[in-house]
Design a protein around this ligand. Structure first.
Ligand SMILES: *Cc1c(COP(=O)(O)O)cnc(C)c1O
Length: 369
């Protein structure tokens, strides 16, 4: 392939210096960067507490466990998201319920949530897909009316804003990913943001083998997880957070350039801009309108022949081998199955040049001829 990359970070001397500094702090302040990163990341999002974890999957696992989700409970998730949004539900022995998405935002549909609520439903995980924001007002109303926990998986939404509120500020808790491919990276890493002090203390104890601030040494209170971060990893995130506005600007510029270059093709859908806000534009997704008669498989194959990489829009989770529940869900979740079949993700690495974006868009124009 050409050197057009799907994903990759922006690393400067600031990150390198932070890592080198952390490498000199094994004795004094061995958790300096973890604590500073947690605190400042929470502050940036208007949350009271931040808990760094090895990745976003473990953040969600901690939160669901902290909320007491377990066998007999059901948790509603959107069909189209990364498997990490729902895998922790299964780890805890609860049932995953797949819900349909909206055709404009591609995010979880409030109407479909209502249809899927049963007496066993405990929580809804709303995912800010590709930086798009779900209709949070409607979703919040549904979860409040039915007394359900609302969880926001904001892994793809650093920089997104919905009606003046930053992604990561919705629901009882939100989770972020700092995977190599995400807008802010620590290579592998995640963060749980909370406002409730009791839940925060519970999640802190769950994160470190049942040890709380008042636990006697080696006198663990419970058998729990070990999801601790480390300083060198957090140092990268701390430096990235100092550059957050710049990183969001790079992502948004990529989306805008795609929008401009593809503007003269009718019946194409790109990421939506949330009301009174903005899309953090983690990745640009392109959904071909029905008139193009273009499937994601065909588009990816045709683009590959032109040396242009692309990835499929998330498959409906109920359709993938891990769950194999297409028969059960397809009829209930028609939008997810329809949109996903026509969608691809475009290259979105931080080092993408405008010239490369033009190359990608010319490729798209060619395969649509
Ligand atoms: C990347 C991602 C995750 C998982 O992140 P990890 O840090 O790899 O565990 C979870 N949810 C969504 C929506 C993601 O895109």
């Amino acid at each position: 392939m050409s050197n057009i990359y799907m994903a990759g970070p922006s690393i400067t001397q600031l990150e390198i210096d932070a890592v080198v500094d952390a490498m000199h702090h094994w004795y004094e302040d061995p958790y300096y960067y973890c604590e500073a990163f947690q605190r400042e990341f929470a502050e940036y999002h208007g949350r009271q507490f931040g808990i760094m974890t090895p990745n976003c999957t473990t953040s969600l696992h901690l939160l669901l466990a902290g909320l007491g989700i377990g066998p007999g409970d059901e948790v509603i998730v959107p069909e189209c998201t990364w498997i990490a949004s729902c895998a922790p539900i299964k780890y805890l022995g609860a049932k995953i319920v797949f819900c349909d998405i909206e055709p404009d935002t591609w995010c979880i549909s409030a109407k479909s949530i209502i249809k899927n609520i049963t007496s066993a439903t405990k929580a809804v995980i709303a995912v800010d897909l590709f930086g798009n924001m779900p209709a949070m007002d409607e979703i919040r109303k549904v979860t409040e009316d039915h007394n359900l926990f609302l969880i926001e998986d904001a892994a793809e939404a650093v920089g997104s804003i919905y009606k003046g509120v930053k992604a990561g500020k919705f629901g009882i808790g939100s989770t972020f990913s700092f995977h190599r491919t995400k807008t802010i990276t620590t290579g592998e890493g995640g963060m749980l943001l909370l406002d409730d002090k009791g839940l925060y203390e519970r999640c802190m104890l769950l994160r470190d083998h049942g040890r709380g601030p008042h636990t006697k040494p080696y006198f663990n209170e419970e058998v729990t997880f070990k999801y601790m971060p480390f300083n060198v990893q957090a140092a990268i995130g701390y430096a990235q957070l100092k550059r957050i506005e710049k990183l969001i600007e790079i992502k948004r510029l990529t989306l805008e350039q795609y929008r401009r270059q593809l503007g003269d093709i009718v019946d194409l859908q790109l990421n939506s801009e949330p009301p009174a806000g903005r899309n953090g534009a983690w990745i640009t997704a392109l959904v071909f309108g029905h008139t193009h008669n273009m499937t994601k498989q065909k588009a990816i194959e045709e683009l590959a022949k032109l040396n242009i990489p692309a990835r499929p829009f998330f498959y409906p989770l109920s359709s993938i081998p891990a769950f194999n529940q297409e028969n059960e869900y397809k009829a209930n979740n028609p939008v997810a199955y329809d949109v996903s079949a026509r969608g691809i993700n475009l290259p979105g690495a931080m080092n993408l040049t405008e010239k490369q974006i033009v190359t990608v868009c010319n490729g798209i124009k060619k395969i649509l001829k």
